[in-house]
Design a protein around this ligand. Sequence first.
Ligand code: NDP
Length: 320
Amino acid sequence: MDEIYDLIIIGAGTAGLVTAQYACRSNLNALVIEEKMEGGQATLIPLLENYPGFPEPIDGFTFAEKMKLQAVQFGSKFLSGKVTGLGKKKHLFSVSVEKSDDSIQTLEAKTVVLATGAAHRQLGIPGEFEFYGKGVSYCANCDGPLFRNKHIVIIGGGDAACDEAGFLAHLTDRVTIIHRKHTFRAQRALAERTLKNPHIHVRFNSVVTAINGSKNENGHEKLTSITVENVHTGAAEEVACDAVFISIGMDPRTELAALARKDEAGYLITDENMQTSIPGLFAAGDLRAKPFRQLVTAAADGAIAARSAAEYIDIHIRGT
Ligand code: NDP
């Protein structure tokens, strides 16, 4: 008979990896399924400076590697693949996983923690799609070094945009942040540091309405400018630049939990034990409706979700 897992964790970002670690420490037989690289959003943070216990900033990639190692050391198993279906029959969940060879594997579990996080939001403006990978990017840590000493534009005003601007300002002295409001949404200390950075120029009350480019001497498409509009006056201006990093937030990835309760923005509603409206299905991390999305709150969600899954199995499955 195929193995029935105590817990399947979908998503290996901070929430998923911490869930795995805590679940295994509670003697649950846990499997983590991840479609891409383990570590999730943490891997995109150039220098993580607000995670407790790391007074010296640590790069997000190393941080994520350490989290995975901890989960592995406690006995967590990992499977690479895309979860395409999640269902529940009586007490058992079935999880369909599409593997890299296109085969589908169906697994069973007593509980599931959804830790699929959120996906990068897109602007939907002309040029965004056409110049993706040719100057447009959603990941400063990944693609920033390609634009050393160039003029880099960042769109957005949250923690991520300010964090990324700080990182990029080490690579070039020409970083421009374009934000639609008159102040940053980012945490105050980060916003103040961004405003003081001599390499960062900020254009508030402005939106980018188009990303423009042309063919270079080799016939390759190349991003060359953006069109910026003042939200008050409507005045439009073309600004020359070499790269555009879009950092306007994320959308929760909740498609696997179509029947679970969500808030008006589409985030999964849980109780304080991370229990969704479907018994035995828990949620942890950025896909959950909550006031503050941080690595530290994702980690806390994971610890609670693992404990709740263990309790659920004791009460509802083992009947103890
Ligand atoms: P946020 O949702 O916090 O910020 C998104 C920003 O993009 C806002 O300034 C928003 O503007 C702007 N925006 C959204 N849509 C558009 C649009 N269509 N056009 C122009 N601008 C737009 O997302 P982040 O990615 O910054 O952060 C996600 C979560 O991760 C947050 O909870 C954040 O705290 C956390 N995080 C924490 C870090 C840290 O602690 N170091 C680092 C990175 C992320 P407006 O303000 O007008 O709504």
